[in-house]
Design a binder for this molecule. Structure first.
Ligand SMILES: [Zn+2]
Length: 429
């Protein structure tokens, strides 16, 4: 009976939706970078119906030219571009002395509320899509789904499930053994078949992609280095198991041995890539895999290691060393023609400061247009969403932001986004 009522209600809603007039929004763009990589044009009107772009017209069209409910948004003195995308965030936390070990102090429910707050900071900074590559998985999948359903506001979230080895970067360390037992994920694995199981398991429970850690990590609270930790057989099994179920794999990797191993295994992206040398560059170019540089994380942890006192000695040493080596590695990779997708590791840095990565990328030798391509077209390609996002073109979701002046002349403009639309809905104006 209950399901029968549900069906009737659903059909009724469907019928009502069919009779309502479409909502049309006309966005007047003073300057429009519709497709990063091509020159911007002036005085354009973006026509948005409901959540999608349907047309781009020369000049400023007026409401009288259209039927139905028509709204006009005047960005006639702004520079308009596609919503930015950050391929490496952790929406569930924010590193710093204030938040040290807050997972032990806060309820899951309060942490989830805070994640929603962090997500909103991210969206209002102009980042309309993010890839979360490490949070408590069910919390992140729930947030992703609630945003997609329109129940709460936030950026589109592509959420990873983590698979890692015992004692590795994805495992818990640096606390009492009892607590480690309590917090160890069922997706910690050892050996190829156990890691195959773990990859299948994260997909079963809702992961859009699998995140692995082929090398040690800076924030692992053990002096276990930042070199390769996962073995080739483990890496290959994870990538194969994920591919069989239509999922890509992203690998955290600092040292070159771990970057090379992960690329040989077939991952879609390398996160951080702090020591990208000639062998890694050659493989990046052969495979077309993306490097997600996270320069902002490097800078943030190196500064924190010097200024704050909440890091252990093990973490501090790695933070200073790796943090200071990242920018040079990125510069080499970019100059050699490696595909770059934008990513900050926000959660290490505060959520909402994601555009600071762009400033660091330009400082490391990338030109402004390439930075914007990395944060739009390349990011969309990495998450297989090029048909829906990444440019302002007919048929795509209306993910549109505006700044005062051209970021192609001054990348700092991205630090102060004045207008944010995601899927036709305005989040900042
Ligand atoms: Zn990260």
């Amino acid at each position: 009976m209950n399901s029968c009522y549900r069906l009737v209600a659903a059909l009724l809603l469907f019928a009502l939706a069919g009779t309502s007039l479409a909502d049309t929004t006309l966005i007047h763009a003073g300057e429009l970078l519709a497709v990063p990589g091509k020159s911007p044009s002036t005085r354009q009107t973006i026509v948005v119906v409901d959540d999608r772009i349907v047309d781009i017209v020369d000049g400023f069209s007026q409401a009288v030219d259209f039927d139905g409910n028509v709204h006009v948004i005047d960005l006639g003195d702004k520079f308009v571009l596609p919503g930015l995308m950050d391929m490496h965030v952790h929406l569930q936390g924010e590193l710093g002395p204030k938040n040290d070990r807050d997972a032990l102090r806060m309820s899951d429910q309060l942490m989830q509320m805070r994640s929603i707050f962090f997500a909103m900071n991210t969206l209002r900074a102009g980042f309309t899509t993010v890839r979360d590559v490490g949070s408590s998985p069910q919390e992140m999948y729930a947030m992703r789904d609630a945003i997609n359903m329109g129940w709460i506001d936030g950026p589109r979230i592509i959420a990873a499930g983590g698979v890692g080895i015992t004692g590795g970067h994805a495992d818990i360390s640096g606390v009492a053994p009892d607590l480690m037992d309590l917090y160890t994920s069922p997706n910690v694995c050892d050996g190829p078949f156990d890691c195959r199981r773990a990859a299948r398991n994260v997909i079963k429970y809702g992961a859009d992609l699998v995140k692995i850690t082929s090398t040690g990590g800076v924030m692992t609270d053990r002096a276990t280095g930042t070199g390769q930790q996962m073995e080739m057989d483990e890496l290959k099994e994870v990538v194969l198991a994920a591919a069989r179920m239509g999922r890509k794999v992203a690998s955290h990797a600092h040292h070159e041995d771990g970057i090379v191993a992960a690329l040989e295994a077939g991952v879609a992206s390398i996160e951080h890539g702090s020591y990208t040398g000639p062998r890694a560059i050659k493989l990046f170019r052969e495979t077309g895999a993306y490097l997600v540089p996270t320069l902002l994380a490097g800078k943030t942890v190196a500064n924190m290691a010097l200024e704050a006192d909440f890091m252990s000695a093990a973490v501090k040493e790695k933070a200073i060393r790796v943090g200071n080596d990242m920018a040079g590695s990125f510069e080499r990779a970019h100059k050699a023609g490696v595909n770059i997708a934008y990513g900050t590791d926000s959660g290490i840095s505060p959520h909402g400061t994601n555009a600071e990565e762009a400033v660091l990328m330009v400082a490391a030798g990338m030109d402004e247009m390439d930075v914007i391509i990395a944060a739009t077209i390349n990011a969309a390609d990495l998450i297989d969403m090029s048909d829906d996002i990444g440019t302002i073109e007919a048929g795509k979701f209306a993910d549109i932001i505006a700044v005062d002046d051209s970021p192609l002349d001054n990348i700092d403009q991205l630090l102060d986004v004045s207008f944010v639309m995601k899927g036709g809905k305005i989040y900042k104006d």
